[in-house]
Design a protein around this ligand. Structure first.
Ligand code: IVH
Length: 700
């Protein structure tokens, strides 16, 4: 059956979403959604692609794993680091077992079971027994060179213990494994961060983010610029698989391989077990799940592998994972606790979000005392009531989530929670829920809660990054009437700050700032005056205007004033900006209140025209160059930036206006076909390099 428009749109939306989450996870180490939710998106996309094979594409995230590399030198894996397919429950595990049995014509199968370490996959390369390179997985094909950092990990031998192995060391031996942070090291790191943050706050500086879980902390520690920092974090590693091997002994089974690696001094998990049947695999999974907290490191499942290497050959790989292994995932961990109350918070756009106030409880290694309830429908759907005992889990061990009430423990007097009719701020304005929308909003422009959140957003790291201006300080300044919008920040002076008092819990009135913290805040505000224009644009909080579009607007118009007077059509023509953003930008600047803020910023000395201009010759001015597939020398973002730096555009699709298509490995088939149809030149990497330096098409 041909795919409907709805299916096509769904595929496009899922790919975009997955790509975004991949980037958050792999590039920024800062996932926004639970692993389980991410897996569900991938499954949904895969199901659609399977139903409509014409929608499948080699650059779909279902055919790749992970995100692109950023700051460290790229390393191409000679043997790709594939991912594993998941089995979400015992039924899926059995189904995998049946596929294996069928693939082997019913031959007897032995398995090796291993804890699935929730860390970061790495590949260690030993040449003649010496560690020469360590790389992260990256997108499975190209990872990042983290040799200096991995070399600081005590578990990782810098030289293999050839003497301990009677079988010698191969010329090349790549060992794959997982780098992780033990729960003890994680606790230490968190305590240190909390202590240093307390000191920062006391000095009026912004606290640094505290890692949410050992996986994020481990990933962050491995990607440090300074190996001394990695060394101080006490990372560990388990080895579990081979990559490229040249020379050395031949192996018949996985168990034998692991034994050999252990003999070379590599860390092989003592909990690895060889079993002879799928029933025993299930026993192993059950037992490991029950004991997961006794291990001292986090695991999120069990990896089950066919032991016999000849059988593995027969089974082979799908486009993304081996058929001979599967990741059996544990159910997310759940805890019971008391729901003390449900409250609402008001965001800078007026969105009102209910959240659960919980009796603090430790879930998957960290304390949870609050959890979002998303919106009105979610609360109604879950029917959680203040006074209920509720089930709490960390979705993907990251974001705390209230699953639902424990009805057996519901107190007789527990009443269904009612969404408030008015804003919790002093103005008590009526809240509205627009037809067909999930969100409820406070639409009062003067709402002090929204006002404070707008200032907090303006000062945040992604925007003007005002050092010394945290949430608490914004509330204090705003309550005292010193600031009502971001423009007021630039009129603050030392006397105003030193005169600011707050009433503490014991009713005592005391000064909020000391000489040092007042000086720090003023210095932070002064430094923010010269932030680049895209940061200023993001800080203004124009609806729909994200950092990428802000960057494009800044490049095209050069100053805030030029953007303020530009017409919607002109704005919509900018690469990466569409009609929706354009309309939102013009209506923002049409608002008299907003224009007043802009004038305050101007009077306050904020730079309106700080555009980092490219030094590169503008050899691609006005030309559209489409990039598809994986390039060796550039990540997708780098390639697009190189085009834009030279005055060009890099749209996502090929049209008659396209100047050239750059095709790396596994390019999008439709783009290449379309280019051929339209007679547009398709360049390889060498051609791309030439294009960047001269703007000329090779051979023309
Ligand atoms: S084997 C071709 N074994 O889980 C097989 N992976 O979901 C490659 N992982 O990318 C992987 N513990 O980062 C293997 N004992 C283990 C593992 C393990 C954790 C990770 C690894 C892999 C991911 C797949």
């Amino acid at each position: 059956m041909a795919a409907s428009k709805k299916d096509r749109d769904a595929v496009a939306r899922l790919r975009r979403e997955i790509a975004r989450h991949n980037e958050r996870y792999f590039v920024h180490d800062d996932p926004e959604i639970a692993d389980a939710d991410f897996d569900a998106l991938v499954r949904e996309l895969r199901a659609l692609e399977e139903r409509h094979p014409e929608l499948a594409s080699p650059d779909s995230p279902t055919a790749r794993v992970g995100g692109s590399a950023a700051a460290f030198a790229p390393v191409t894996h000679r043997v790709p680091m594939t991912s594993l397919d998941n089995a979400m429950d015992a039924d899926e595990l059995r189904a995998w077992g049946e596929r294996v049995a069928k693939g082997l014509d019913g031959a007897a199968v032995a398995y090796v079971c291993e804890p699935k370490i929730d860390g970061l996959a790495v590949s260690l390369r030993y040449e003649d027994g010496v560690l020469v390179q360590a790389a992260t997985r990256g997108d499975g094909r190209v990872g990042e060179d983290v040799t200096a950092n991995v070399a600081t990990i005590a578990d990782v031998p810098k030289r293999l213990a050839a003497t301990r192995s009677a079988r010698g060391v191969p010329g090349v031996l790549e060992v794959r494994g997982e780098v992780y942070m033990s729960t003890a090291a994680f606790r230490r790191l968190r305590e240190e961060k909390e202590r240093s943050n307390a000191a920062r706050v006391a000095e009026g500086r912004k606290p640094e983010p505290v890692p949410a879980n050992p996986r994020n902390a481990g990933a962050g520690s491995l990607r440090q610029k300074d190996p001394a920092v990695t060394a101080s974090r006490g990372l560990s590693m388990w080895a579990y698989q081979l990559g490229e091997v040249v020379g050395g002994p031949a192996f018949a089974s996985h168990a034998e391989t692991l034994e050999y690696l252990r003999g070379l001094g590599l860390p092989v998990n003592p909990r690895v077990a060889s079993v002879g049947s799928l029933a025993e695999v299930e026993d192993y999974c059950r037992e490991t799940e029950a004991r997961r907290h006794e291990l001292g490191y986090e695991i999120d499942g069990v990896v089950v592998k066919v032991d016999d290497l000849a059988q593995r050959e027969v089974l082979g790989f799908t486009s993304r994972a081996p058929r001979w292994a599967v990741a059996y995932k544990f159910a997310p961990e759940e805890r019971h606790t008391l729901l003390r109350d449900i409250m609402v918070s008001v965001g800078r756009t007026g969105r009102v979000t209910p959240f659960a106030v919980l009796e603090p409880v430790v879930v998957s290694g960290s304390t949870v005392s609050m959890a979002t309830l998303h919106n009105r429908e979610q609360v109604a759907l879950k029917d959680v009531r203040p006074g209920d005992t509720v089930v709490v889990r960390k979705a993907g061990d990251v974001i705390p989530e209230v699953v639902g009430p424990v009805l057996a423990k519901r107190p007789a007097r527990a009443k269904p929670w009612k969404f408030p009719a008015t804003c919790p701020c002093d103005l008590r304005s009526a809240l509205v829920q627009a037809e067909g929308e999930a969100d409820t909003r406070c639409v009062e422009p003067e709402c002090p809660y929204q006002r404070d959140q707008r200032i907090i957003h303006f000062a945040s790291r992604g925007a003007m990054d005002v050092e010394g201006l945290g949430e608490r300080t914004v509330f204090a300044l705003s309550d005292a009437g010193l600031v009502a919008d971001p423009g007021d920040l630039y009129a603050l002076d030392r006397d105003a700050l030193l005169g600011l008092t707050v009433t503490s819990d014991d009713g005592e009135e005391r000064r909020y700032f000391g000489e040092v913290s007042a000086g720090n805040l003023l210095a932070g505000i002064a430094a923010s005056r010269s932030r680049p224009l895209p940061k200023l644009l993001v800080g203004l909080g124009v609806k729909h205007l994200g950092p990428a579009a802000a960057e494009s607007l800044a490049r095209r118009f050069g100053s805030l004033d030029a953007i303020a007077v530009a017409g919607a059509e002109e704005i919509a023509e900018v690469d990466g900006v569409g009609e929706v953003i354009a309309a939102s930008v013009t209506s923002w600047f049409a608002d008299a209140g907003h224009r007043a803020i802009v004038e305050k910023l101007r009077r306050g000395g904020v730079d309106f025209a700080h555009v980092v201009r490219s030094e590169a010759p503008q050899v691609l001015a006005g030309r559209a160059v489409v990039v598809t597939g994986t390039l060796e020398g550039w990540s997708r973002e780098e390639a697009e930036a190189a085009i834009k730096d030279r005055g060009g555009k890099s749209p996502g699709s090929v049209s008659a206006k396209t100047y050239a298509v750059v095709a790396g490995a596994e390019p999008g088939a439709s783009k290449v076909t379309k280019a051929a149809e339209l007679g547009i030149p398709v360049l390889d990497e060498a051609g791309f390099r030439a294009l960047l330096s001269t703007g000329e098409l090779p051979g023309s």
